[in-house]
Design a protein around this ligand. Structure first.
Ligand code: KG4
Ligand code: ZN
Length: 340
């Protein structure tokens, strides 16, 4: 660990959460998130509304992060921000803000890839959490992505499998929508799954070769199943909601664990991490943990607050890049489809 005092202010605005965090030498001092409730009324994120809300939230969120950390702007070593991937209008708000602030304070600006950040969140200094050893496999599961990444060092990452259609978070959210649950439905399905029977209803797993995933077929299968049952019993959903949620979650976990098993076999790597919003799911967290005795894995499960979108994960990438002197210049632009 360095003897210098490095303070990073990080900004995340890739989707519908406006977030800011302050980090000191790898430790989080503050981690503030303003979630945008407005999208709940629309059953999904409305990009135009998201960028407007970021515009409103960004100054108060950054102010709060600095205050809570007890750090003055003049103490900051660098500004880190999410460059992509994400919604362009949302990314532009954070990018422009970060560029102006770094310019005004005359300190380095550091661009961060959101998907790398979900993975490197495991390197935030936290007393009860061990850091992965290289090489490890990281499964990033969120509302926009489903990937298996081979991580050789902090910045050497290779995507070895990904979804060919929907992301796993969409599978949760879209299934939840057709059951009448609010947006995002992932956390609600998780809660109800704990009360239901995971084997009550069987959904076939998609057949996709290699390490890629597919979730659109599952969504359709659930839709047809529910439509058919509701025809027979109009109260089917209300009467069986917990069992349906448990069965959906069980199927999704099975798909994810099967692919991880295959990835581990193919690469010979038994160190396995998860990240992204869906890694908040209690069933997935447990299934991964079970992999330790079932398959001899060493597993890394992120602290709950670093699973869904947050700026702490942007801060750790900013810190690691700062140590390497890897800065962006003022010509850097947001990139909606930035790759790992
Ligand atoms: O990483 P994230 O906050 O945003 C993206 O980058 O997409 O992930 C959001 C996704 C949503 O689809 C949400 O339903 C899902 O994460 N999610 C969950 C849980 N908590 C959040 N899915 C299942 N179980 C949960 N407990
Ligand atoms: Zn994310």
């Amino acid at each position: 660990m360095t003897s210098q005092n490095i303070y990073i202010l990080a900004i995340e605005s890739s989707c519908d959460d406006t977030a800011a965090a302050v980090m000191h030498n790898g430790k989080i001092l503050s981690n503030i998130i303003a979630s945008q409730k407005i999208h709940e009324d629309y059953g999904g994120v409305v990009p135009e509304l998201a960028s407007r809300a970021h515009q409103q939230n960004i100054v108060p969120v950054v102010d709060q992060a600095l205050k809570k950390a007890g750090v003055k702007k003049s103490q900051l070593s660098a500004i880190a921000f999410t460059r992509g991937p994400g919604l362009m209008g949302s990314l532009l708000v954070g990018t422009s803000f970060a560029k102006s602030l770094a310019y005004g304070l005359n300190i380095p600006l550091i661009d961060v890839n959101h998907m790398q950040a979900h993975i490197l969140a495991h390197f935030i200094d936290e007393a009860d959490f061990k850091k992965p050893s290289f090489p490890f496999l990281a499964m990033t599961i969120s509302g926009g992505h489903t990937q298996i990444v081979k991580v050789t060092s902090y910045f050497e990452m290779e995507v070895i499998g990904e979804t060919i259609d929907d992301a796993v978070g969409e599978a949760f959210d879209k299934s939840g929508k057709l059951l009448g649950l609010g947006y995002p439905a992932g956390p609600e399905i998780d809660k109800r799954a704990k009360l239901g029977n995971p084997k009550a209803f069987a959904f076939t797993k998609p057949k996709v070769d290699g390490l890629n995933f597919s979730f659109s077929g599952l969504k359709t299968a659930i839709l047809y199943f529910v439509q058919k049952q509701v025809k027979l019993n109009p109260n089917f959903i209300e009467e069986h909601l917990n069992d349906i949620c448990a069965s959906i979650q069980y199927t999704i976990i099975g798909i994810l664990i099967d692919k991880l098993k295959l990835a581990s076999k193919d690469t010979g790597i038994k160190h396995i991490a998860i990240g992204g919003g869906v890694s908040a799911n209690s069933g997935i967290r447990q299934a991964l943990k079970d992999g330790e005795h079932k398959f001899g894995w060493t597993t890394y499960i992120p602290k709950f607050e670093y699973t869904t979108d947050n700026a702490a994960m942007i801060a750790i990438v900013g810190y690691l890049k700062f140590l390497e002197g890897d800065y962006a210049d003022q010509s850097v632009m947001a990139s909606a489809r930035l790759k790992i």
